[in-house]
Ligand binder design. Structure first.
Ligand SMILES: Cc1ncc(COP(=O)(O)O)c(C=O)c1O
Length: 265
């Protein structure tokens, strides 16, 4: 999305709101309407930098103020919903509303490659097939991925997925308990650090202790708000989660970074 922003800015005014601040969103939507613009709100179902989009509240507001939603459920696909339908679809009754454009990934929880977009009607599908970059110029799903996607789909249908989802929830629950976090479920946990150089040093130290964590910094997050990004998977063992939490806490102590991590809801 970051690299699409300047391209979109050629044709539209781009505004940001604070994380999940629906009051601010309402204000921006009203301003856009007053200026004769068509508001489109872009968000993730599960945020890649921590936290969850409040889908029911957002949908209610979009209905009330009549604006479009472009929702990216890359991180919710396979992870949320009894069929792995994701954070957005699992909270929508019936058909996809006309105002939603919904993207999903087959590369993360789904475990293969590729992704897609769900739209509510044929005209939009036609426009995307004609002008969407992947269809028009770049590579569509390669043939070798198709059988792998079908195999993953079979695991979604035969109950294997639900077992993996439960294991993942248990691992995240254990991590949260050890780290003192009280947050809604997400496979992504962020540990705030602040200074970029310190965050990189901390990740190196954690790697020395045997655990890989990502460091996120500007332009992914705000300058001076670097964080460690932890992606928990269903096949991590309890011992690995315990070892990771202990490693993070040791390194937090070593660098004087406060241990009570507030995380994003
Ligand atoms: C929110 C979000 N959407 C989409 C993507 C891209 O997904 P994919 O791995 O399918 O290319 C990412 C990648 O990390 C992401 O964080």
């Amino acid at each position: 999305m970051q690299y699409l922003k300047p391209i979109l800015a050629q044709e539209a005014r781009i505004e940001h709101i604070h994380h999940n601040d629906l009051n601010e969103l309402e204000q921006k939507v009203m301003e856009a309407r007053a200026a004769g613009e068509v508001p489109v709100y872009v968000a993730d179902g599960i945020y890649s930098m921590g936290g969850l989009c409040p889908i029911p509240e957002l949908l209610e507001m979009a209905e009330r103020l009549n604006f479009y939603l472009y929702l990216d459920d890359a991180h919710g696909t396979s992870i949320i919903g009894s069929r792995g339908e994701g954070a957005v679809l699992s909270q929508i009754d019936g058909y996809l509303p006309d105002r939603i454009f919904l993207t999903f990934s087959l590369t993360k929880g789904f475990g293969v490659a590729g992704g897609g977009i769900l739209v509510s009607n044929k005209t939009r599908e036609h426009l995307i097939r004609c002008f969407g970059q992947i269809y028009a110029f770049s590579a569509p799903l390669d043939f070798s991925s198709v059988p792998a996607c079908l195999a993953s789909l079979a695991l979604h249908r035969d109950g294997t997925l639900n077992g993996l989802q439960k294991a993942l929830q248990a691992r995240v629950g254990l991590f949260d308990q050890l780290m003192g976090l009280e947050l809604p479920f997400s496979p992504i946990r962020m540990i705030p650090v602040g200074n970029e150089a310190v965050a990189i040093e901390m990740a190196k130290r954690i790697l020395d202790l045997g655990y890989f964590v990502c460091v996120t910094f500007f332009p992914i997050v705000r300058r001076g708000h670097a964080q460690l990004r932890i992606c928990i998977a269903s096949n991590h063992t309890e011992d690995q989660i315990k070892g990771l939490a202990a490693a993070i806490q040791d390194v937090q102590r070593e660098y004087g970074v406060p241990q009570t991590t507030v995380g994003r809801a």
